[in-house]
Design a protein around this ligand. Sequence first.
Ligand SMILES: *Cc1c(COP(=O)(O)O)cnc(C)c1O
Length: 403
Amino acid sequence: MNQTPPAGRHFLQIPGPTNVPDRVLRAMDYPTIDHRGPAFAGLGRACLDGMKTIFQTTAGRVFIFPSSGTGAWEAAIVNTLSPGDRVLMFETGHFAALWRKIATQFGLVVDFVPGDWRHGIDPAAVESKLRADATHAIRAVFCVHNETSTGVTSRIGEVRRAMDAAGHPALLLVDTISSLASIDYRHDEWGVDVTIAGSQKGLMLPPGLSFNCASPKALTASKTAKLPKAFWSWEEMIAPNDTGYFPYTPATNLLYGLRESIQMLVHEEGLENVFKRHDRHAEAARRAVRAWGLELLCLEPREYSSALTAVLMPEGYAEADLRQVILQSFDMSLGAGLSKVAGKVFRIGHLGDFNDLTLMGTLCGVEMGLAKAGIPFRKGGVDAAMEYLTAEPRPTAKQAKAA
Ligand SMILES: *Cc1c(COP(=O)(O)O)cnc(C)c1O
């Protein structure tokens, strides 16, 4: 019973997977090559080196796995920690809760600091928890940078400063699955030990690749970490990666796509412009939400996510009904409310392959959907966003698109 319109593009405005640019799709449409042959090394190195630029690291080492982001969560844990290790985590939302579950399944002892799903990690709480740990029993601090279930971005630089202020040696592990290559993120400058990422959000690729970026301190920790690992072992990756190869069959065609998305993000648009583009679209989306008379889930302006906007439904109206109307009428997918906020929020993804008119099409779909679904709201959100985008200059690309 597909009632969606038969023509035009589907609008995939969930906060991942995101729309894959045609250029990236075309880059993947080549025969798979021998991953042990001479032609492969250049591809492997281009991907590993390009990802270092995207993680903003020179000292770190990048690992690429053929998996969804969940695999990279597991890889970060098993390579750095041992059974019974204590770790500090923060309940920022659904994804923090899922990561905690994995940590618990591996026998880590998790101190899960409760949260209200409307704020990011409180750096002062990080400092006081670590100061209270005089024996340095806590081995790692786990943070979700951009909490995709709430549209709240934690301030990782401030978390780092809090750890330093407490003089605590714990490792810092950060999930950037929905922020990398959309929101400014600095692995080296923020002293992160393991950064975790995935292919299907800011990198504009299909699902299927995941990443760890490990600091020298994390690599040292991996030498004594006792959790069992085989597929996820960094150790097995290091020697082949040095020459551009992998210990087992890599997702070669996704790597073709990754090489192209690195070209677009790093060498053509430039990361700074990518971040500014996302900031600008997020601000326009928030202006639309406010003009509609609806409420943002995120309560702290410093923590507004530039990758997605989570919007509270008016009391008594279910988000699933709104999303259903929008999907059927306009062929657009929006993000659902997850676990604790199920039924209460919908999420507008505005990350990845995204321009002013993609945003305007998305916001038009939401505004028309609100009317069609009989949700109480004020008209004018689309106008507010248009006004902002018209007045606020667009960041200019680093160089013209390759001929
Ligand atoms: C999407 C997402 C995940 C899960 O990644 P999968 O690729 O679905 O395994 C984890 N953390 C965050 C913050 C995410 O946005």
